[in-house]
Write a protein that binds this ligand. Sequence first.
Ligand code: RIB
Length: 272
Amino acid sequence: MPARLTIVGSINLDLVARTARLPRPGETVTDATFSQIPGGKGANQAVAAARLGAAVTMIGSVGDDDFARAALVELEAAGVDLSRLKRTAATTGVALITVDAAGENDIVVAPGANSELGPADVDLPDCDGVLCQLEIPLETVDHVAETAPGEFFLNAAPARGAVPAADLTIVNRFELEELTHRDGLIAVTHGAAGAILLDDGEEVARATPPPVQAVDGTAAGDAFTACLVVSLLEGLTREDALRRACAAGALAASRFGAQTSLPTAQEVDAVL
Ligand code: RIB
């Protein structure tokens, strides 16, 4: 039976410009190419988990607009249960993303409808675990942490101050500095250098990703997070789950875009 995962999080449409280099503050760069790609940390992790074989329910909020229709395409294609989505009069969330030739990016999020996902909108189904990020109201994340059936996983991104305790918290090295508590299990990503797992501050596992050509770092952290959570729910050891998550993140970084870059279970296991 597949792992049953519920994700309560953001759904965005990513408006992406690919340029030779990122602009400096106040500078205009031209000759970019433009793409619209489904994104949002919540939706990215839902699509990633579904491609990895989990049975996924997504709880989020979108507007009644063309952006919503474009933002939901990959969730629908991956078979994610969208029956608990909220529809609001607000504009669907948008991320303005610039990606340079080396795969570095800048991201600015206008949350729109994501800001309207309140605690009362969250109807959690029976499941093995619930995963949140920090692109929805914090009071909603707190509510999910208190009511989640099964395990509660938190990708504390983007960093936003005080967050609830979780069975597993996933952060990058910058978000770790902002974490208000360091107890329990924490996975810390270090980009191309891999990731470590801390248990009450003690390192308990470490993994490095396979070498890849960096194309776009967008959603690499989402691929890592989803793969770590799904692998743990499937019963893999901490070491094997971390190694698999690093491979998923590396594959996503080697491809362009958010949900366009997320690997399947077969693709991840082929590189291990
Ligand atoms: O983690 C990447 C995501 O962050 C993008 O898809 C963008 O929508 C922002 O939410």
